[in-house]
Design a protein around this ligand. Structure first.
Ligand code: ZN
Length: 439
């Protein structure tokens, strides 16, 4: 018994494939593509000539900000990126407890689901609730039904012992996921950023990642302050410090942002296959940190939202448009390859095949109501994705062969009840945040 999708336009982003037809799903995977014939007991879905595509992957996000809407304004107005962190995000992360972490997980993943985003590569922080936090986050994400590649962002910015506790949480979660090996959740070693990690903490991240055979997920040169504070505090440039600690050659490592990299730094990234960049257009605009040299990276950076929702169509569109403000505009359609890179990274981390419509791939599928009004083919797919399509067309989402969204309604959990319960959790979170001094 399986599910048969018929009368669809099958769309794969990278490499671009557009073909009319259908596919069969059984035991959580795509088992056949093309002209599929239903067997007795199969569920048959008539796609009505609309686009059916693989679930999208968000390459860098922070679900801990999923309950940020309506949070109290910072008592002082930030005047630069460092103050944005200190006055806003580092007060929100300090205010988290286990309940608000789980609530952030489910609310963030529900938003993702509605955008056809089925896997989240997340970077989590909750300095007053470190132990077990990744399992709480996982519990929330799993309630909505999404997959996740999670890590705790190790730092010693609040206390010296905080880094050890962050590393322990990363280790606990990576070991747990490796043991379960279920393709749903995987762990990495998270690190906040060079400028909030002392030498021991940074060395601890790299040595733990080597021991566990996973990569490090770290913010890199998001703002000029990362390079400047690294130089002032540790006497090395950012990349020299990373080289000294062996971070540049650690396979499966994510460098988020890379907004302010020198020509030599970009060459260093381009000479290696160990590093995957993650670009977050809206977040960079929101924080006014500048524009990352996205077009100069040989391997497409992953596309992420950095905690601003999970709408990969919006992110792709703005990544394309915003690149006109940089020195080298992105070749048209490059954001599709960037979404493809997010899927490849998550596939490697989870040990499954995501982002493709082929036998053996996970049945993470997004059925849209997008029936194109103009010709659609592999050569002009980017035009449809960037100018015409969007989450408003997402009607049904299947993850691992199970329905999570059906005709626009969440079926993996009681969305209305959860969102209403989260209001009280958020109110308490915002109150705790309001009590944290702004210094
Ligand atoms: Zn980030």
């Amino acid at each position: 018994m399986g599910t048969i999708f018929q009368n669809a336009i099958l769309v794969q982003l990278d490499p671009a494939i557009v073909q009319p037809g259908g596919l069969r799903v059984s035991d959580g995977k795509i088992t056949a593509v093309g002209n599929v014939i239903p067997e007795q007991g199969d569920e048959v879905v008539d796609c009505g000539g609309a686009v059916l595509m693989p679930g999208l992957v968000n390459g860098h996000t922070h679900l801990y900000s999923a309950l940020a809407a309506g949070m109290p304004a910072a008592p002082k107005t930030p005047t630069n990126f460092y103050e944005i962190l200190k006055y806003i995000w580092w007060r929100l992360d300090l205010a988290h407890d286990v309940q608000s972490i789980r609530a952030s997980g489910v609310v963030g993943a529900l938003s993702a689901l509605r955008c056809g985003t089925t896997t989240l590569i997340d970077h989590h922080a909750s300095p007053n609730a470190i132990e077990g936090s990744l399992s709480e986050l996982e519990g929330g994400i799993a309630q909505a039904g999404c997959r996740g590649v999670l890590c705790y962002e190790t730092t010693d910015r609040n206390h010296v012992e905080e880094a050890r506790r962050g590393l322990d949480e990363n280790e606990r979660f990576v070991v747990l996921c490796k043991k379960r090996n279920n393709g749903r959740f995987a762990g990495m070693v998270g690190a906040h950023a060079s400028f909030t990690l002392n030498e021991d903490s940074l060395a601890g991240c790299v040595s733990l990642a080597k021991e566990l055979m996973v990569g490090v997920h770290i913010h890199v040169a998001e703002d000029l302050c990362d390079e400047a504070m690294t130089k002032a505090g540790y006497g090395n440039s950012l990349f020299d410090r990373f080289a000294k600690h062996g971070l540049l050659d650690l396979p499966g490592t994510i460098f988020a942002h890379g907004t302010h990299l020198s020509d030599a730094d970009i060459d260093t990234v381009n000479q290696r296959d160990t590093i995957t960049m993650a670009h977050n257009t809206h977040s960079n605009m929101n924080n006014a940190v500048g524009y990352a040299p996205v077009a100069r990276f040989k391997k497409p950076p992953m596309l992420g939202t950095d905690g601003i929702g999970a709408d990969m169509w919006r992110e792709a569109r703005t990544a394309q448009f915003k690149s006109h403000d940089g020195d080298i505009p992105l070749p048209f359609g490059r954001p599709l390859a960037m979404i493809g890179e997010s899927a490849r990274f998550a596939s490697n981390a989870l040990g499954v095949k995501l982002g493709v419509l082929e036998p053996g791939a996970e049945a993470d599928l997004v059925l849209t109501r997008y029936t194109p009004a103009t010709p659609l083919n592999a050569d002009n797919l980017a035009g449809h994705m960037i100018y015409a399509m969007g989450p408003e067309f997402v009607s049904d989402v299947m993850i691992g062969g199970d329905w999570k969204l059906r005709s626009g309604a969440v079926v993996s959990c009681d969305e209305v009840a959860i969102r209403s319960q989260c209001v009280e959790v958020s109110r308490a979170l915002h109150e705790r945040m309001g009590e944290i001094p702004c210094e």
